[in-house]
Design a binder for this molecule. Structure first.
Ligand code: ATP
Length: 882
């Protein structure tokens, strides 16, 4: 049993022991778990303890990053604000005083904002503090410290003056308490009318005046076409009205009426260029008002929020006065003229007008800046322009021509231009050596014609013929006017013709036949030209020009368009004194014969500059129609060349009756003066006078033109040179004539004359230089007959047998002697050309008593052909150089 018990005990013991061991193991495991948990807890605790510090570090890092980004953005914004600010206040609007000078905004460019100081943002660079004034609004100054406010007013005004063209800003000061308010230095503007002061009690009229002005601008200048002057300037490039700035410096509390007017100006003034700078008068808050609160040299601007502004120092007083003085001086000289470019339509609209009903184009603009057009048509048909020398007649003509030429194509308009002044003012419209372009509308330019009145007459005759041609064409189409003719004959070339004659009185002064004929032609053209599209523009600088017309009321009455330049006299109606007070570069345009009611004051743009005109001319020239040739340029100072003469170029062998070309006729088409050598008595030529070069030039041209009409061998030429001074010309002529040309001198000439027995089989031309030099030889008789006898026989009977003498005699008396003395017949000299010979000396060779009216002048000759001329014609010899 014990064993059993023992074994039981042992078994229990064993189980207890296992149980204990197991319990211990569990305990150990639990302990280990506890320790691990505690260790974890400790770690967690430790981690938890570290977290806030890290978060704070992270936060600090992020904050620092944000700060840096913010500072960079601020700096960038400030920099950009500075750049933008500088751009919005260019030149005089923002420049520091040390380097400041006026830089007016270009036409149409807005003057923009004005700088008064610098905005200082902590931690960033400064940016300009700008105030919107021009076309934007008004400035209200609120200040306690006197000095700061003055500086702002002076700064704003000087910058405003510097950004506008001379006279484009008018300032009015209202300073009842005589604060000065920064206006004192601007006093030099007052004499030029650019600065006015109104005294105490003047506020109401000042404000009323500004309100009226705003109303006028809205009604007559903007006229519903534009919302503001700024918009108008942008669209048209023109700013017809100056800005008006009223500086109101304190005073009594404004009345109700004044408040209402102030309010109107604040609301509507900026669109009309009316601006207020108000100080010491409370104004209602308005979006157009920039409030500047000044504290010493600091300020706050309503447009910049609370950002602090450091005000610029006031402009140095000497800078203010010097600037104002300069501006006043320039304004006293006169307002800025209109611009030529404004008269020219945009490129797409070039040559788009039709002239059937008339020609209309602007010549300038009105004082309000509106273009002023003038018309040439059936009414008014012709224009008279007058003004003392230098007042701008030529310039006005250029401006008018430019405006017309850009609107009407050469099919619609043709110009004929003549200038009796010395100089070459119209030459620019013809091709020149430096500039080959020409104005395509111009058909004729006459310059340096002051001594060649014949050229004026030639133009009038030409226009007279054109008038008849048009009238005939109209009759054929059973109409009476150009507009109807163009309708009936749409394919015809019927441009309106505008003939401009500067200093036309040269043509009419003098009591000679030429003046008489010119007046008659002018009268006819003026009367009938209106319906045939031929318009005359006559200009004159002196009263005598107008007076030359005044004796011809019928003529004057046709010139219903009158243009008077400053101080022009007798061109407008007697009671019309508008031209007397006209500023420089202005004109009175009056389409009703000068009646005072029809006055229009026009500002004429500068149009004389070659470059300005050149650009337009080149453009039009490039576009000229292919059929159009260059215009004829008649330059009274130039010597024409035979080789270039159209009539010489056309000569060819084979003519039945050869013609002699003597020189250039003074006419519109550059024809040559001609002497046909028919087989009839008297077809010889005598060149008369002592001027060797001219005589040689005439004879050489005559012989060369004949040679061009004969094949070699079909005509005989003999050249006799009896004056050593003519030898060079005679020899060079001989070289150009056929090889078998005979050469004679004083010795051999008598033998030649004696030997000639013309039979008419082929022409023979005997060219004798200084025929009279052989007189003593010719006087010698041989076989009962002298050389003179042979010469006379030849002169009398030669032409019928195709033998002609072309001789030069150095005086009329000498020719007379060669012909047989004072009582001898002269009809063997059928044609003569006189150089320095008085008209009365030619009496014996001229059908009318007393000889022709001829007053010799250099390089001009008087040509008379008994067979063809009723009156002699003036000829320009061709140059000796060919
Ligand atoms: N509207 C203008 N604007 C600017 N300059 C002008 C204007 N009109 C004329 N001028 C200048 O004045 C000067 C004289 O002008 P212009 O030759 O046209 O006068 P004019 O009356 O024809 O004189 P004259 O009879 O002596 O020839 C020129 O230098 C011209 O450039």
């Amino acid at each position: 049993m014990p064993d059993v018990r023992t074994s039981v005990v042992e078994s229990v013991r064993a189980q207890l022991s296992r149980a204990r061991a197991s319990a211990r193991a569990h305990q150990d495991a639990a302990k280990a778990d506890l320790a691990a948990a505690e260790a974890r807890l400790e770690r967690v605790r430790q981690a938890a303890a570290q977290r806030p510090a890290r978060a704070a570090a992270e936060r600090d890092r992020r904050l620092a990053e944000l700060d840096a980004r913010h500072a960079a953005t601020l700096a960038d914004l400030a920099r950009r604000a500075a750049v933008a600010g500088a751009m919005r206040s260019p030149g005089a609007a923002g420049e520091a005083w040390a380097s400041w000078h006026p830089t007016p905004a270009a036409r149409g460019e807005p003057p923009d904002l004005l700088r008064i100081g610098e905005i200082h943002v902590p931690g960033a660079g400064p940016a300009p503090a700008l105030v919107p004034l021009f076309d934007r609004g008004h400035v209200a100054l609120v200040d306690n410290v006197q000095l700061g406010g003055d500086a702002v007013v002076a700064t704003l005004l000087l910058r405003a003056l510097g950004r506008t063209a001379q006279g484009q800003i008018e300032i009015t000061g209202y300073d009842p308490e005589r604060l000065g308010g920064g206006l004192a230095g601007f006093a030099p503007l007052a004499p030029a009318g650019l600065l006015k002061f109104v005294g105490p009690g003047g506020l109401t009229p000042l404000l009323d005046g500004l309100v009226d002005h705003i109303r006028r601008i809205n009604e007559t200048v903007l006229a519903g076409d534009y919302a503001s002057l700024a918009e108008m300037a942008l669209a048209t490039g023109r700013r017809p009205e100056p800005w008006r700035v009223a500086v109101l410096l304190g005073g009594d509390e404004p009345s109700r009426h004044e408040r209402a007017q102030l309010d109107r100006i604040l609301r509507t003034g900026a669109a009309c260029g009316v601006h207020l700078i108000v100080r010491g008068i409370p104004v209602a808050a308005h979006s157009t008002v920039e409030v500047v609160r000044v504290e010493g040299d600091r300020a706050e601007l309503s447009g910049c929020g609370p950002l602090p502004v450091l005000l610029d120092p006031p402009p140095p007083p000497e800078l203010v006065t010097a600037t104002c003085r300069r501006i006043a001086d320039r304004v006293a000289v006169g307002p800025a003229p209109a611009v030529f470019h404004d008269l020219i339509p945009p490129e797409g609209e070039t040559w788009t007008e039709y002239s059937a009903g008339g020609l209309t184009a602007p010549v300038g603009d009105s004082p309000e800046g509106r273009p002023v057009s003038v018309t040439l048509s059936d009414y008014p048909p012709h224009a008279l322009i007058a003004g003392p020398s230098g007042t701008g007649k030529t310039n006005l003509i250029y401006a008018w021509m430019g405006a017309l030429a850009a609107r009407y194509s050469p099919t619609e308009l043709a110009f004929y231009l003549l200038d009796f002044k010395e100089g070459v003012s119209f030459a620019r419209f013809a091709p020149g050596r430096r500039d080959p372009s020409w104005l395509p509308h111009v058909r004729l330019v006459g310059v340096n014609v002051n001594t060649d009145r014949e050229f004026g007459l030639a133009l009038l005759r030409f226009l007279g013929r054109e008038l008849r041609r048009r009238a005939d064409a109209a009759k054929q189409h059973e109409v009476t006017k150009l507009s109807e003719l163009r309708h009936e004959d749409p394919e015809g070339h019927w441009p309106r013709i505008v003939a401009v004659i500067d200093e036309f009185q040269v043509l009419l002064t003098g009591r000679d036949a030429l003046a008489q004929e010119a007046a008659t032609l002018l009268e006819d053209l003026a009367r009938r030209g209106r319906s045939q599209g031929i318009h005359l523009i006559l200009a004159s600088q002196d009263v005598s020009g107008i007076e030359a017309l005044w004796g011809r009321p019928a003529l004057v009455a046709q010139f219903t368009l009158r243009i008077a330049l400053p101080k022009a006299r007798r061109i407008l109606h007697e009671a019309n004194t508008a031209a007397e007070t006209l500023p420089r570069h202005h004109a009175v345009v009056n389409a009703d014969s000068g009646a005072p009611d029809a006055n229009r004051i026009v500002r004429i743009p500068a149009a004389s500059d070659r470059r300005v005109w050149g650009d337009l001319q080149h453009r039009l020239w490039q576009d000229r129609p292919a059929w159009l040739g260059a215009p004829r340029l008649f330059d009274g100072d130039a010597v024409p060349r035979l080789a270039e003469a159209p009539d010489f170029v056309k000569l060819a062998p084979g003519a039945i009756d050869p013609v002699v070309l003597l020189g250039e006729s003074i006419d519109v088409q550059a024809h040559s003066a001609r002497l046909p050598l028919t087989r009839s008595p008297g077809r010889n030529l005598a060149v008369l006078g002592t001027r060797v070069d001219e005589a040689c030039a005439v004879l050489a041209a005559a012989a060369r033109s004949l040679a061009r009409q004969h094949e070699d061998g079909t005509a005989r030429f003999s050249v006799a040179c009896l004056d050593p001074d003519a030898a060079a010309t005679a020899e060079s002529l001989r070289a150009d004539l056929p090889a078998d040309t005979g050469w004679y001198d004083a010795e051999s000439l008598p033998a030649l004359l004696a030997s000639l027995e013309p039979d008419g089989s082929r022409p023979h031309y005997i060219v004798i230089f200084a025929c009279d030099a052989a007189a003593s030889r010719l006087a010698v008789k041989e076989g009962g007959r002298s050389g003179h006898d042979h010469l006379r026989r030849l002169l009398n009977t030669g032409p019928e047998r195709r033998t002609h003498v072309l001789g030069w005699w150095r005086g009329v008396g000498r020719l007379r002697d060669d012909l047989g003395g004072p009582g001898s017949r002269t009809d063997s000299i059928g044609a003569w050309i006189a150089l320095d010979v008085q008209g009365s000396d030619l009496a014996g060779f001229f059908p009318q008593q007393g000889g022709p009216a001829w007053y010799p002048r250099p390089w001009r000759a008087l040509y008379f052909d008994r067979a063809r001329h009723r009156t002699p014609e003036v000829v320009i010899p061709y140059g000796l150089s060919g």
